[in-house]
Design a binder for this molecule. Structure first.
Ligand SMILES: N[C@@H](CCC[C@H](N)C(=O)O)C(=O)O
Length: 323
């Protein structure tokens, strides 16, 4: 089958966006899994951290379904939602819309550029729950904040929350990739502890409402950035490091930076996640679903100017981390 794709990213967490609203596709659930595995494969022609299927919705302007490279579907994807926000707002000629996701209908809005020539969007990350059952995490604590998990580490403490995909957050003085990668693998293998798997993040406070976040993503591995993890990390620092609610937290990552603001609405937390939504290229691919082989890539159109603008923003972000 021929599929039109849009390669895009948020903080260099990269996705293949497929528009099922206008494309005359009739994907089965199996097809979506096959497409995710084939197109995300880094050794293949495309390669990505996930697939964003954009569909019609009965309750919102559009629906987003996000699949990981291993074919699993996630409850939410923060960096991906900003890309979908840009795609749908531009398509409908609006500045704000609501996107249906598996667990919530989320408002998304176009914002002032966060850096020169960077299309920027803000999305709501919710519902948020600190109940261990919401991940689920098998823990002696109903609310698992800054508590050890002996099966994962002798020294570290973890905060568990769902936003609504599952996260374990650990505040550390320094981020060590190898150690995080090991932890992420072990946490995702232990189905008694975490039956649905988990995204695991290290958060390094940088002072002045700034943090650096590195994430081992469920269904992927280490990525440049994970939007829901950065949101969950920002909220965790509000609780653990005594950062302020309602104040912007600058979250730096390997692919750039985002701005998160944790709010409280009654008893519920909501996180506002603001960041880039960058188009890399559009193209048409021919996928043989039976063999999962990508046969052809044609009509590749590069979004050169915005990729150039993003490279500048990324250099700025890397300087901030090393200062
Ligand atoms: N990269 C995403 C999250 C994608 C889903 C995640 N791997 C999961 O399985 O929960 C983001 O930006 O939030």
């Amino acid at each position: 089958m021929n599929i039109e794709i849009l390669k895009c990213h948020g903080s260099n967490n990269d996705f293949v966006l497929i528009d099922e609203m206008t494309g005359a596709y009739s994907f089965s659930e199996e097809d979506r899994v096959t497409i995710a595995k084939a197109l995300c494969n880094r050794e293949g022609i495309v390669g990505a951290d996930g697939i964003l299927f954009v569909l019609n919705s009965d309750v919102a302007e559009a629906q987003m379904r996000m699949f990981n490279p291993d074919g699993s579907e996630a409850e939410m994807c923060g960096n991906g939602l900003r890309c979908v926000a840009r795609y749908v707002t531009e398509k409908l000629g609006k500045d704000e819309v609501v996107i249906e996701t598996p667990e919530a209908n989320l408002p998304v809005v176009k914002r002032e550029e966060m850096y020169e020539d960077i299309p920027s969007f803000e999305v709501n990350i919710e519902p948020v729950s600190f109940s261990a059952d919401s991940l689920p995490l098998h823990s002696p604590h109903h609310i698992h904040i800054e508590q050890p998990i002996p099966a994962l580490s002798k020294d570290l403490t973890f905060t568990a929350l769902s936003v609504p995909n599952p996260h374990l957050i650990t505040v550390v003085p320094e981020v060590h990739d190898e150690n995080l990668s090991w932890l992420g693998k072990v946490a995702n293998q232990d189905k008694e502890l975490l039956p649905n798997g988990v995204n695991v993040s290290y958060v390094q406070p940088l002072g002045d409402q700034k943090v650096f976040v590195r994430t081992y993503e469920r269904g992927v591995g280490l990525t440049n950035a994970c939007g829901t993890a950065m949101s969950a990390s920002a909220l965790t620092t509000v609780i653990v490091e005594m950062n302020q609610l309602n104040e912007e937290i600058f979250v730096f990552n390997r692919g750039g930076f985002v701005i998160c603001t944790a709010l409280k609405d009654g008893d519920d937390y909501v996180i506002k996640l603001r960041g880039n939504a960058t188009y890399v290229y559009s193209s048409t691919i021919q996928l043989d679903v039976a063999s999962s082989e990508i046969k052809e890539v044609k009509d590749r159109t590069l979004f050169e100017a915005e990729n150039h603008a993003y490279a500048k923003m990324q250099s700025y972000a890397q300087e901030q981390i090393t200062l």
